[in-house]
Design a protein around this ligand. Structure first.
Ligand SMILES: NC(=O)c1ccc[n+]([C@@H]2O[C@H](COP(=O)([O-])OP(=O)(O)OC[C@H]3O[C@@H](n4cnc5c(N)ncnc54)[C@H](OP(=O)(O)O)[C@@H]3O)[C@@H](O)[C@H]2O)c1
Length: 265
């Protein structure tokens, strides 16, 4: 059985641990680290995994090490665990913005590193994980990492030159959909719906539209055409959105997101 270490038991570390356990992984094959003792107890009770506050101990014997600490701490964490890694271990960074070059520079020249970018729907096992394999990663290691990440959603491999843009779409993407949903709720309340009614309508519509996008064989444009009767109500609303510059706003938003990511490197 694959031995797994999860370094940093925060939101992302917990989502991953929960997904692995729900997919049938044995908690005794997973070690989670965290500095706060009460957090470690929560993991032990909820997921029946092993825990420790010693990152070096945790990675000893692990085949795959997921590092789920904040971006500012990730390079130091790679350096901290480097000497304790098993010979064929693969280390996966879940941190936004930090390049493979920096991650690989923090560990030995032979160490296999994967850069990954999750998103928060991973918390409900419906995430989108982007992965970029480093130079030492074997196809077998990459398959293992993809298989483990697929317990919490979909996995897309890209080359690193595409990572920042992919992350701007999927990593930050849930926030855009949440903002659109909030705006719809406020618009409904403005016209007399209760906030509860408007929330149920907007939230369920977001979930249903998302599922349709993924499951239907049609693309987003043709699904939109399907609800846009000539001269009808939906096209009247869409025209207002287009005239308000929604499409341009998304182009500019993604530009800004990528620009900000690159300024962090
Ligand atoms: N949340 C998102 O939407 C999202 C999306 C994409 C990517 N990510 C990436 O995922 C990573 C984790 O994010 P998150 O939201 O899960 O952060 P988080 O909730 O703050 O989790 C980080 C965890 O690491 C623990 N930690 C910090 N230093 C540690 C150390 N030296 N040893 C052991 N544990 C340590 C922290 O707890 P203690 O301080 O108690 O140890 C905390 O539980 C980040 O790099 C972020 O860029 C997050």
């Amino acid at each position: 059985m694959t031995k797994i270490a999860v370094i940093g038991g925060g939101q992302i570390g917990e989502a991953l641990t929960g997904g692995l356990i729900a997919s049938g992984f044995d908690g005794q094959d997973i070690v989670v680290t965290n500095r706060r003792a009460e957090r470690r107890e929560e993991f032990e009770e909820t997921y029946k995994v092993k825990t420790t506050d010693n990152n070096q101990e945790a990675v000893k014997g692990a085949d795959v090490v997921f590092v789920c600490v904040k971006p500012y701490a990730i390079v130091d964490m790679f350096a901290e665990i480097n000497d304790s890694l098993a010979k064929n271990a693969v280390v996966v960074s879940m941190a936004a913005a930090i390049t493979l070059d920096k991650l690989e520079g923090a560990v030995g020249p032979q160490v296999s590193v994967v850069r990954s970018m999750p998103n928060t729907p991973m918390l409900v096992r419906n995430g989108m994980n982007i992965v970029v394999p480093g130079k030492n990663v074997t196809s077998e290691q990459l398959d293992t990492v993809k298989e483990l990440l697929s317990t919490v959603g979909k996995v897309l491999e890209v080359t690193e030159d595409k990572m920042d843009v992919a992350a701007a779409l999927a990593g930050s993407g849930p926030a855009y959909y949440f903002l659109v949903t909030e705006a719809l709720i406020d618009a409904g309340v403005n016209l007399g719906l209760t906030r509860e009614q408007a929330s149920e309508l907007a939230n369920s519509t977001a979930a249903g539209a998302g599922q349709l996008l993924v499951e239907s064989e049609q693309n987003a444009s043709s699904l939109r055409y399907g609800v846009s009767s000539p001269g009808g109500t939906t096209v009247a609303a869409l025209r207002e959105l287009e005239e308000s510059g929604i499409r341009g706003a998304f182009y500019r938003a993604i530009d800004k997101c990528v620009e900000r990511t690159r300024s962090m490197n």
